[in-house]
Design a protein around this ligand. Structure first.
Ligand code: SAH
Length: 463
């Protein structure tokens, strides 16, 4: 049935906001017609100008806040309204944590069709989100596009849903040293007039700047992604970085000549120092190469991994599978309390890192295998290797159903699910429920303050 569309583009309306969408945007209604209003907060009444009208919903922006929520905060970042990096800075931090918990509850109920604990009823226990004491300056990694505006080099974030770069001086969710590095790199580009990459015609050299820093060892890696085999004036870049920034241990040229949104190419050339930096988590050391995945919020990672260990509830005699293991961080963390941990991961370089990390940390009870989890885990089971505990930490799209079926057929006592997408998590928990596995509790951990990303650790047991 065709819905009556009660709003017109560019017109202004007064709307009561009663909920939040998945990216934190406010949701209100006019005659049952849904309007998404950027940066509006549930409980507020706002004057909204309609920007775009679709068949079943519209998008608007705030013109004036008529009734203000007590959860509203003044964003500390001057470019918050333009930049696509953060989307919750207008919410007080306590309210951000509540928003994330609510998002998980909604997904579990609506997508997973599972029951959560409520007064007098049994169900899944969803805990309060574990937040940070200081929810700024937490990121140990930045990946920023490089471009040119009116003849000057710019480095910044894309604005939401576009490839327009918003120039940036300070980013309050990144490590402070990165602000200085960005400034130095910009000055170097302008001084030597080095061309920047143009997506439209594939011309120009400099594409992205990536910076990583270990908060524990202090080591810094700077990667310049270029559309060329040569990087002009690289000696001057190395000089300016090592003179001005302490602990620069590695300067790397990454070559990416493809017309793609993927930031890094496969080839790296070490221009200065080492080809990796070392970070530590709870006493374990990890090599980080430019291409390997490593959690971006070191403080919260420790909390996340300790939760995994708690939910795995190991006695020391168990065989554990760690599917989607990356560089083996969780596997090594679990190995201290397990008989043996098998880590499975699709990227070969990550498995090479995982093996090196095990040797470096003198851990002998791990084995790492390259391949798709949905292929390798059934093979391990066919060989007669049975795990009592399985950890999965898939990318946003969640687990393949065949993997969940293979895991259930092995009848492990416990499954620990680490998830960065509550939607696919809810789908997978529902599948596991059908396979005889009950979700007991979910712990949201705020790995990405000021943004709407939600990370969870889930304890699942055999019924
Ligand atoms: N557990 C790790 C990494 C989690 S990120 C950590 O905490 O650091 C998810 C990982 O899954 C990535 O390293 C990605 O390369 C890997 N991956 C994606 N699809 C996969 C698949 N089908 N099988 C195995 N690994 C996969």
């Amino acid at each position: 049935m065709k819905k009556n569309v009660p709003v017109l583009k560019n017109e202004t309306y007064t709307i009561n906001i009663d909920a939040h969408g998945y990216e934190g945007e406010g949701i209100g209604r006019i005659e049952d017609f849904t309007i998404f209003v950027k940066n509006a907060i549930a409980g507020e009444q706002v004057q909204t100008q309609i920007l775009k009208v679709n068949k079943n919903f519209a998008f608007g922006k705030i013109i004036k806040i008529i009734k203000k929520s007590e959860n509203r905060d003044q964003p500390i970042c001057p470019i918050y309204n333009k930049c696509g990096g953060c989307n919750l800075q207008h919410l007080k931090y306590r309210a951000q944590l509540d928003f994330k918990k609510k998002r998980v509850e909604d997904c579990i109920e609506r997508i997973g069709k599972l029951k959560i604990v409520s007064l007098g009823y049994d169900g899944i226990n969803i805990h309060e989100t574990i937040g940070m004491e200081n929810p700024y300056r937490y990121r140990n990694k930045a990946q920023l596009p490089i471009s040119n505006l009116g003849g000057e080099a710019v480095i910044g974030f894309y604005s939401p849903r576009s490839h327009d770069i918003i120039p940036m001086e300070h980013c309050y969710i990144q490590c402070e040293a990165f602000d200085d590095i960005i400034k130095l790199v910009k000055t170097w580009i302008n001084k030597y007039n080095i061309s920047t990459y143009d997506e439209k015609n594939g011309q120009g050299i400099l594409r992205h700047l990536m910076v990583r820093k270990s908060f524990r060892t202090g080591e810094v890696m700077v990667v310049i992604v270029v559309n060329s085999n040569e990087l002009p004036h690289s000696d001057e870049l190395i000089h300016v970085l090592t003179e001005n920034i302490s602990d620069v241990k590695s300067v790397i040229q990454n070559i990416n000549k493809k017309a793609t949104n993927v930031i890094l190419g496969q080839k790296c050339i070490t221009l200065f120092g080492q080809d990796k930096i070392v970070d530590t988590i709870d006493g374990y050391s990890f090599d980080i190469s430019p291409l390997s995945f490593f959690q971006v919020n070191p403080k919260q990672t420790e909390i996340l991994y300790k939760k995994v260990l708690e939910y795995a509830n190991l006695s020391g005699n168990e065989i554990v599978f760690d599917a989607y293991c990356g560089t083996g961080t969780i596997s090594l963390f679990l190995s201290q309390k397990a008989k043996k941990v098998y880590g499975v991961e699709i990227i070969k370089e990550a498995i090479d890192n995982a093996k090196a990390n095990a040797i470096e940390n003198k851990i002998k009870n791990t084995e790492f295998i390259v391949g798709e989890a949905e292929e390798v885990i059934p093979q391990l089971i066919n060989k007669g290797i049975n795990a009592e505990v399985v950890v999965v930490d898939p990318p946003r799209k969640g687990c393949a159903q065949s993997l969940l079926e293979a895991i259930a057929s092995m009848k492990p006592n416990r499954i620990v699910y680490v998830s960065c997408d509550p939607g696919t998590l809810a789908r997978d928990l529902s599948i596991l429920d059908g396979l005889g596995y009950e979700t007991i509790e979910i712990q949201p951990v705020d790995m990405f303050p000021q943004t709407s990303h939600v990370e969870n650790v889930v304890k699942i047991v055999r019924k």
